[in-house]
Design a protein around this ligand. Structure first.
Ligand SMILES: CC(C)(COP(=O)(O)OP(=O)(O)OC[C@H]1O[C@@H](n2cnc3c(N)ncnc32)[C@H](O)[C@@H]1OP(=O)(O)O)[C@@H](O)C(=O)NCCC(=O)NCCS
Length: 344
């Protein structure tokens, strides 16, 4: 019997604190007009005092588990995608696993920046399809606001905080990933970096006074990489799945910049309404961006079993990722699980 990995739960969490472009006008030399025109962002959410990457991840994960009608104790594995974990050690996934009460699950972190959720989704899917595990939680969460230099207008207008999660489970019903494309180009990694705080450049008075613990970015070069890699990755994922863009119900892209998203949409020859957008309200939440968009898309659009979703992202590393996912008959799979012992 064939095994597939279905997404049966999803959820997201966005902190309550809103930072508008007008707020930013009071902090750096910028304008609402410039930010909207260059990025499409109107406001972003920032973690409140006491909130962390894992506290947001736990809420998103609980929402995903609730939608899947699954108890955390039944999870086999927790994968956490983040560039901004609570600590270098222990891993964010271990904290999430403990707080959820997922006592039977292994846990590991994965860091490919903004493509992290898609790398984790593909990884989780492989664990399930290989028969290693039956139920995997993928959660992506970021607290970029704590790594942002609020005096650097090149970066501080772009980012936001939040978390998104999905539950994947084994099923014999045809669904799940039809294709995946994962790419990396390490030679241009320096274009988007946090230079200090790791083993190459441990935190010191000098790194702190130079602001090397903050995100730095060569925006224009990243922009050109983004447009190129999003187009290529999306087209390759479609070709690998044996589909064209017309077979796609919705594209769920990484929400970094409306101009990058529109360039991708036009390259794919799709109308604007086939691409989900929320960058205006959240900014770029890095790894959390795609699962937050997926979770909102599932609330606002009628996604039916058999619909094909196209995910595409780029990010630090530099990396890119894309995947086509055939939406499952979620309620049927949950119903089957609740009816009797697991039998695939
Ligand atoms: C950052 C970004 C919005 C800048 O837009 P751009 O059209 O490339 O603009 P440029 O970098 O050419 O800068 C244009 C000018 O605006 C200025 N500028 C930069 N940030 C500004 C801000 N917040 N407000 C006003 N002016 C700003 C620059 O200093 C530059 O001024 P100059 O011409 O006098 O030197 C765009 O490059 C981008 O989105 N890049 C990708 C970033 C990204 O997605 N990173 C995350 C990766 S996951």
């Amino acid at each position: 019997m064939s095994r597939y990995a279905a997404v049966t739960g999803w959820g997201h969490y966005s902190p309550s604190r809103v930072l508008t472009n007008h707020d930013l006008e009071q902090m750096v030399e910028t304008s609402d007009e410039w930010i909207r025109a260059r990025t499409g962002i109107a406001e972003r959410r920032l973690a409140t005092e006491g909130e962390t990457t894992t506290s947001m991840a736990v809420v998103a994960a609980q929402r995903a588990l609730e939608r899947a009608r699954m108890d955390a104790i039944d999870l086999d594995l927790v994968i956490c995608a983040s560039t901004t974990p609570d600590y270098l050690l222990p891993a964010a996934s271990c904290i999430v696993q403990e707080r959820l009460g997922a006592g039977n699950a292994g846990a590991f972190d994965l860091n490919t920046a903004c493509t992290g959720f898609l790398y984790a989704l593909v990884t989780a899917s492989q664990f399930i399809r290989a028969g290693t595990y039956d139920r995997v939680l993928v959660v992506a969460a970021e607290t970029l606001s704590r790594f942002t230099n609020w005096k650097d207008r090149n970066t501080c207008v772009l980012f936001g905080d939040g978390a998104g999660a999905v539950v994947l489970e084994a099923t014999d019903r045809d669904c799940g990933l039809l294709s995946a494309v994962l790419g990396s180009q390490g030679d241009v990694g320096h274009l988007l970096a946090i230079e200090a705080g790791g083993s190459a450049n441990p935190t010191s008075e000098e790194t702190l006074s130079n602001g090397h613990h903050y995100i730095t970015m060569r925006g224009n070069e990243v922009f050109r990489f983004a447009v190129r890699s999003m187009e290529h990755a999306a087209s390759e994922a479609l070709a690998k799945a044996g589909l064209t863009s017309h077979d796609i119900r919705m594209v769920i892209p990484h929400q970094a910049n409306i101009r990058i998203i529109r360039a991708t949409q036009e390259a794919l020859g799709l109308p604007p309404e086939k691409v989900f957008i929320n960058v205006d309200r959240y900014g770029n939440t890095s790894a959390a961006s795609v699962p937050i968009a997926l979770s909102e898309c599932l609330s606002s659009e009628a996604i039916r079993p058999g619909d094909n979703l196209l995910f595409v992202a780029f990010g630090g590393g530099l990396t890119w990722a894309s995947a086509v996912l055939r939406w499952a008959d979620v309620d049927a799979i949950i119903g089957q699980r609740e009816e009797g012992p697991y039998a695939i």
